[in-house]
Design a protein around this ligand. Structure first.
Ligand code: AMP
Length: 205
């Protein structure tokens, strides 16, 4: 099964993506995680992407599309995958549609006004991609691998606000795109993690 998970920055899509992948034994393909790994590893791609990411802008299509194509060509994606953070605009959706069929596009519907606060509270592990909120990790350590949790550079408030604008202009229209293709499943993303997950599982049945 090829699944896309869509939602605004801070909508909880990374958290839900990890749960879906565990339950359905699918590889979690997050272009944001792949880009952050490239930055951490000091690759040429990472160097080119960093300034865009730090400003809350989209990384140019040619860079992200090449990264995505290479990743889904790997053998673990042969029987399906979950895409998190891709596609982010109409061009990426068209290119993706030319390579693979998408079975389900999950959309986590959220209240955009509340998301800047959620993102500002987010703490992530740069090693394994684990993400939580500051109040749930008082020791500042990753529950999965023990590494220190950090605030993402692009979770600073002014950057988050820019990411929300970029989302509204470029990514939100993809909801209609996948609706027209008959694969859209909308879930209320403002509920608890458990309730969102249950709604997703019901939608995937
Ligand atoms: P995310 O972890 O999905 O929130 O992505 C973090 C940042 O990585 C975004 O704000 C963009 O700068 C960049 N990024 C991730 N995925 C894409 C994509 N599909 N197209 C362009 N930029 C992306």
């Amino acid at each position: 099964m090829n699944i896309i998970i869509m939602g605004a920055p801070g909508s909880g899509k990374g958290t839900q993506a990890a749960l879906i992948c565990k339950a359905h034994d699918l590889p979690h393909v997050s272009t944001g995680d792949l880009l952050r790994k490239n930055i951490a590893d000091g690759t040429e791609l990472g160097k080119q992407a960093k300034a865009f990411m730090d400003a809350g802008k989209l990384v140019p299509d040619e860079l992200v599309i090449a990264l995505l194509k290479n990743r889904i060509a790997e053998t673990d994606c042969k029987n399906g995958f979950l895409l998190d953070g891709f596609p982010r605009n109409a061009k990426q959706a068209e290119v993706l549609g030319g390579i693979v069929d998408i079975d389900v596009a999950l959309y986590l519907e959220t209240d955009l006004d509340k998301l800047a606060d959620r993102a500002a509270n987010r703490r992530v592990c740069l090693k394994c991609g684990y993400s939580t909120s500051a109040d749930k990790a008082p020791d500042g350590k990753c529950k999965e691998c023990g590494e220190p949790l950090v605030i993402r550079d692009d979770d600073k408030r002014e950057v988050v606000e820019n990411r929300l604008k970029v989302y509204a202009a470029n990514t939100a229209p993809l909801v209609e795109y996948y609706k027209a293709k008959g694969v859209l499943k909308t879930v209320d993303g403002m509920q608890s993690i458990e309730a969102v997950n249950a709604a997703i599982e019901a939608a995937l049945k």
